[in-house]
Design a protein. Sequence first.
Length: 229
Amino acid sequence: MRELLATGMQRKVIAARLGLHPDTVARYADATSIDELLVSKSRASKLDLFKDYLDARWNAGCTDAVRLTEELREQAYQGTSRTVRGYLEPIRGSGSPACRTAAPPKPRQVTNWMTRHPDQVSESKKLRLKAILARCPELHTLAELVTDFAKILCTRGGDRLSAWLDAADAEDLPDLHVFVTGLRRDWAAITNGLTLPWSSGAVEGTVCKLKAIKRSMFGRSNFNLLRIL
């Protein structure tokens, strides 16, 4: 199939010649490695994020599906106890400890776990994040810096910003260095924003309201003309 693709032959023609479904040809043609062809494309389940927690609780001796479902509901699980029971049945039948290779989380998920307030992250996600950070020293360092910066933001700790910037510069995290450079460029404004109790949010909100009123009164084209005048 690769040889035929290299000649410029269309995929639907290749499918007909090789007796394959067009979707199969597309899948093989778009794959960049054998690993992509071996990955199962099963549907995501509402239970996926909680399977590590279930495995840990099962191995700890809790095998009651109803009770485990109640515990998961406290962590924002929205599925049914039947789904939990279906997941546990093969483990129950095997008579062995629960052991599952979890699918790796997406970068967006890890970013979300790192940047959200700890009280808003479920225990199962905290466990997954802890396991991920343990495997990558650079990511572990980044997570600590993110947490420290969040504390500065939430507590108006502008006096600690200089030490944080020095700590960030000392680490081998090039992308973070770009962020640090931007903060140093607007040092006075950012320090005041992280220290003083006043905010320009109310002013910005009023400006947006005035712009909306002008657009509704004059129309977009006339509003642009008014700006020019």
